[in-house]
Design a protein around this ligand. Structure first.
Ligand SMILES: C[S@@+](CC[C@H](N)C(=O)[O-])C[C@H]1O[C@@H](n2cnc3c(N)ncnc32)[C@H](O)[C@@H]1O
Length: 419
């Protein structure tokens, strides 16, 4: 762990890897796999962060994650019996995080599950889907799957009361079968149609999903603690609450590589989070569709300005997107400082990247932002990302490539700690 006094003078690339952060001491709980989520973070980082903070003498009453994604930190905080507050802009992330961190009664799950399936089976032979199906849904799904999914969703809504945690649970199950029952190219990190795909049967997919979700969430229920978990769908830049967490554990969105709104469009459309999924790109940090105003570049910190200038030489539009990302991240470090109770600690996991030969030094920018936002002590170490494929480049469609003129994907990332 090295202390950062002046972010510009640190040789981040040559920081040693600290094996403490590489692997967890136990297998990741299967609750973390109830729904796919891009850029999900390894669950054990939460346990390590808690351990690390406790060694520093921090008493942890509440953990926050301002980019909570699918609720990895939320779930681990609950497992440790610690209160949690988190938010995410993406309604699909919030749905998964809520479903993952609920406390469920097994018999209630069984009753709802049976009533959904009985209703589905009774109505399927004569069911007519609504006429006003979103065009984009028709683009991704065959008519038969549209009919069955429409009915399944209707059954969930009819069988489970509004605002019940069981509604989140079953809608999360519904959401996670959408890719397999559509024409979406399996495992693709870009939205694209597979012309040869044979979608899974809706009922089978739902049954399988419910069986694995129940096994994951109920087993763990035996050790559920009485801690409180709050997850909100909101823009982290607008968090109003201050001074309530002793520990922030988070991983910021990646700089212009994932379009969360695009990747979750099937769920957003089916669950009526948007009529046009592109509306959900608004305010998404790291989206390449964000507007930025020329003059705001003046507010970039020194590390951000260096990268912006280098990128401007190779791709002006990319430089603007990266500048917008850095400006947002500069605000986020201020928000996080306010969220922390004095004496608390923030831990961020962040990676660097490269674009057309320009090193995009996110860690340097984050450290400088934290120092500028009033963190008194900023320290950094490095971890190895396990399971990384050996070809460290991706092409324009996100596929791994051996060619070094493509976007570089690093096999290491940084742990940045602020006090
Ligand atoms: C790297 S992911 C976090 C993943 C998370 N740690 C997990 O394990 O699922 C970053 C998250 O930031 C969210 N995000 C992007 N812009 C945001 C904003 N303005 N406010 C809140 N969340 C935002 C994205 O939706 C995404 O879920």
């Amino acid at each position: 762990m090295i202390d950062v006094i002046d972010a510009l003078s640190v040789d981040f690339e040559n920081i040693d890897i600290d094996p403490f952060w590489n692997v967890g001491s136990e297998r990741e709980h299967r609750s973390h796999r109830i729904h796919a989520y891009p850029a999900k973070f390894p669950a054990f980082i939460t346990q390590k962060a808690i351990q690390y903070a406790q060694v520093l003498g921090i008493k942890i009453d509440c953990i926050a994650d301002v980019f909570c994604g699918c609720g990895t930190v939320a779930y681990e905080a609950k497992r440790s019996g610690i209160d949690f507050w988190g938010c995410d802009l993406n309604p699909v992330a919030v749905l998964i995080a809520k479903a993952k961190s609920g406390n469920y009664i097994e018999s209630a799950i069984d009753i709802y599950y049976q009533s959904i399936l009985v209703r589905f089976d009774e109505q399927l032979p004569f069911y007519q889907p609504p006429e006003n199906i979103n065009q984009r849904i028709s683009y991704w799904f065959f008519p038969n799957e549209i009919r069955e999914l429409s009915l399944l969703k209707e059954c969930i809504m009819k069988c489970i009361p509004y605002n019940s945690k069981y509604r989140y649970y079953f809608l999360c199950a519904f959401s996670n079968i959408l890719k397999s029952t559509s024409k979406w190219l399996t495992k693709s990190i870009k939205p694209q149609i597979d012309p040869n795909k044979k979608p899974m049967h809706v009922r089978d997919a739902f049954v399988n999903q419910c069986i694995s979700m129940k096994a994951a969430l109920i087993t763990e229920n035996d050790v559920v603690k009485t801690s409180k978990t709050v997850i909100e769908c909101r823009n982290a830049l607008n968090i109003q609450k201050q001074g309530f967490a002793n520990l922030i554990i988070s991983s910021p969105p990646y700089v212009t590589s994932y379009e969360y709104a695009d990747l979750h469009q099937l769920s957003s459309l089916w669950l009526d989070y948007a009529n046009d999924y592109r509306d959900l790109r608004k305010n998404s940090i790291g989206s390449s569709h964000n507007n930025y105003d020329e003059k705001s570049v003046e507010s970039l910190n020194r590390s951000g300005k260096v990268i912006f200038d280098k990128l401007s030489g190779v791709d002006k539009s990319k430089a603007r997107s990266v500048a917008k990302y850095y400006l947002d991240m500069q605000k986020i470090t201020g928000v996080c400082k306010d969220v922390l109770i004095p004496g608390g600690m923030m831990l961020m996991v962040i990676g660097n990247t490269e674009y057309k030969g320009v090193h995009i030094d996110n860690v340097r920018h984050l450290c400088e932002s934290m120092l500028n936002s009033g963190f008194a002590k900023v320290s950094v170490t490095k971890r190895k990302i396990s399971g990384k494929i050996l070809t460290p480049y991706r092409d324009e469609s996100g596929r791994f490539s051996a060619s070094s003129d493509k976007r570089k994907v690093y096999s290491e990332e940084f742990i940045v700690i602020g006090r």
